[in-house]
Design a protein around this ligand. Structure first.
Ligand code: M6R
Length: 618
């Protein structure tokens, strides 16, 4: 959601902060701001809209200073205005701060501060936090007796009175070169450089300067100067920091020759799938193996039920996983929206293994579902792409996706990688139960074929673009599929609506006649995912029902299936493949279709309106 960048070192801070902010825009934005020291306080520049607007303004003033903070805002409290944008400066001018998260008790803090002469200019909860730090800063002696930083102490004292979530970076008027950071529920990563230190809400903002990072944990505070950094907790003194290495480089997060990150990430999928499965098949080639489950085969064998929680696209991946585990391993699986699970107090079977899926590993609802399941005493494993994310750290074990940074807001390569992990889990669990060696070996071969099958479908991109041209101007669309392709219909509808703003709905094809059929007309085309096997004839019947009502049809159909002549207005053929990989292969056309429709409609594909890459507020 909001993005944070801070720098202290020898370089001019503003250009480095602006570069970092640009790399964070994909996480959601509606305004941006920057603060660096000036002769008489802080030089604060804020602009509504893109970081590019802020850059023009910052360059106009030739803002100097070797340390500073910057922010991209995704509004929660208060509208999109310059006043509400961050950084916020305390009314006495002593403190400047950027904040991600929500301060729940800000009204009582504000009341306390109004009574002590502090004033407020914005409608935000953040300004209360900023003024409360200033209140404590004013009371702290300028040179703390025990050598402790005055700024750090005032932040620590403030946080003892704050309820809610925060990732903050703070600068003080009398503490040059110093940044104080704190985290509770909102990600912050410290970048440890050579003669310079950084902080950001996402590794992407700092990886061009250093690959040495410290993932701040909830309740921790950090103090950066150009030459040093230290870690402590809100309640106690210093603690030891663990420095991790980022495994990808800035080139991985760059566009290269592609027009958009979404396009780049769609075309990266064959390689991403290879990376997801690398080293994860047993030597005898009959099952999957996962290094980080922290659960022995014997313990896993005791599990007789699985519960999966996730949001958005990852929730669709859980639905496919449910289908595959139940189909191939014959173990019951339940899937819930993380946002619902966290509040509905669902009764869970005692031998349940809990899974959460999250590309970012920071989605607040998914994190809350994980915590709720752990609180109830369940072991929770995570399927997650971002190494070191909060979910990865709080889970009891899990499976990393290894697909590299996903920058496009619309999830693509992370989704197909989650589908692959789901299929591998079905194999792993199936082989512990009734799946034979030869069935397991055939299944492994089917999974290994997935990257090349995806390559085949990607070759059809120009033809799919032509179909997109025909359908780009409609304002409603239905996506219909059955069994494991029903979640792909949901995913197709989500992809289309989030990046092209066309209203779209996904349904199991047979459910169409229980309501959505009322929408069918020449003005509402349908995308059918046509399944082979016993469902083929039934899906064809649903298509006939659409045709009878003059609805246009795009059919995504496996090779070798013969549709009645004239039934499909447009046909996209995908290679015939095994059931375990069919959802992956069938996903590619819906991604390409949505992508090209959005491009033709001149939508901002990588930064769709109102959306954020990772949803870190409730
Ligand atoms: O990072 P996560 O996988 O937890 O994100 C979950 C959803 O917010 C995400 O999948 C969202 O639906 C995407 N915009 C879909 O393209």
């Amino acid at each position: 959601m909001c993005g944070i960048v801070g720098y202290t070192g020898k370089q001019r801070a503003a250009p480095l902060i602006l570069e970092g902010l640009k790399r964070l825009e994909y996480r959601g934005y509606d305004s941006a701001g920057i603060a660096v020291p000036a002769a008489d306080g802080f030089h604060v520049t804020k602009k509504i809209g893109r970081v590019a607007n802020l850059e023009v303004e910052t360059n106009r003033h030739k803002v100097a200073g070797n340390y500073g903070i910057g922010h991209t805002r995704w509004a929660t409290h208060g509208g999109v205005t310059q006043e509400n944008a961050h950084p916020h400066v305390s009314s006495d001018g002593a403190i400047v701060l950027i904040h991600n998260g929500v301060i729940e008790n800000y009204t009582s803090i504000k009341k306390f501060l109004l009574g002590r002469g502090y004033t407020f200019k914005s409608e935000t909860d953040t300004e209360a936090l900023c003024n409360l730090i200033a209140y404590h800063y004013a009371k702290e002696p300028k040179a703390a007796a025990d050598g402790e930083s005055r700024l750090l102490e005032s932040v620590r004292k403030t946080l003892l009175h704050v309820e809610g979530t925060y990732g903050i970076v703070v600068m003080g008027i009398d503490t040059p070169g110093e940044l104080v950071c704190a985290r509770k529920g909102s990600p912050l990563i410290l970048g440890i450089g050579d003669g310079e230190n950084l902080v950001a809400s996402d590794v992407a903002a700092i990886v061009s300067r250093t690959q040495n990072v410290v993932y701040l944990k909830d309740g921790e505070l950090a103090r950066h100067t150009p030459a040093s950094f230290s870690l402590s907790t809100v309640n106690e003194g210093d603690i030891k920091a663990v420095i991790d290495q980022v495994t990808w480089s800035i080139a991985d997060a760059e566009l290269g020759t592609h027009a958009h990150f979404m396009e780049k990430e769609i075309f990266e999928q064959p390689t991403a799938l290879e990376n997801t499965m690398r080293g994860r098949f047993s030597e005898d080639g009959s099952t999957a193996q996962f290094g980080g489950l922290n659960l022995s085969a014997a313990e896993f064998r005791q599990i007789d039920r699985f519960m999966f929680c996730a949001c958005g696209t990852a929730w669709h991946a859980c639905l496919v996983t449910e289908h595959l585990i139940e189909r191939f391993a014959r173990v019951p699986v339940e899937v819930d929206y993380a946002s619902e699970f966290r509040y509905r107090n669902a009764p869970l079977h005692s031998n349940t293994l809990f899974f959460v899926m999250s590309q970012s590993g920071e989605t607040i609802d998914t994190l809350a579902a994980l915590r709720e399941a752990k609180r109830k005493g369940y072991r929770v494993l995570a399927v997650n792409n971002v190494v070191g994310s909060t979910i990865a750290r709080e889970a009891d074990g899990g499976i990393y996706q290894h697909v590299g940074p996903e920058v496009g807001v619309a999830s693509t390569k992370a989704f197909t990688s989650q589908l692959l992990i789901g299929a591998m889990m079905a194999l792993y669990i199936g082989r512990m139960r009734d799946m034979s060696f030869s069935d397991g070996a055939a299944y492994v071969n089917a999974l290994k074929a997935a990257p090349n099958l995806v390559r085949e479908v990607l070759k059809q991109a120009p033809a799919i673009r032509k179909i997109a041209e025909r359908f780009a101007q409609y304002s409603d669309m239905l996506f219909l599929g059955r069994l494991s392709l029903f979640p792909i219909a949901l995913e197709g509808a989500l992809k289309l609506k989030e990046i092209s703003y066309i209203h779209a709905e996904g349904y199991p094809a047979a459910e169409m006649k229980h309501g959505p059929i009322a929408l069918i007309s020449e003005q509402c085309p349908s995308v059918f995912l046509v399944t082979k096997g016993e469902m083929f004839a039934k899906v064809v019947s649903s298509m006939q029902e659409v045709k009878a009502r003059k609805g246009l049809i795009i059919a995504i159909c496996t090779e070798g299936l013969e549709l009645p002549a004239g039934l499909a207005d447009e046909l996209i053929t995908i290679p015939d493949c095994d059931e375990a990989v069919l959802p992956i292969v069938a996903t590619i056309p819906v991604q390409l279709l949505s992508y090209y429709i959005a491009v033709i409609r001149e939508c901002d594909v990588d930064k769709p309106r109102n959306l954020a890459k990772s949803v870190t507020v409730e």
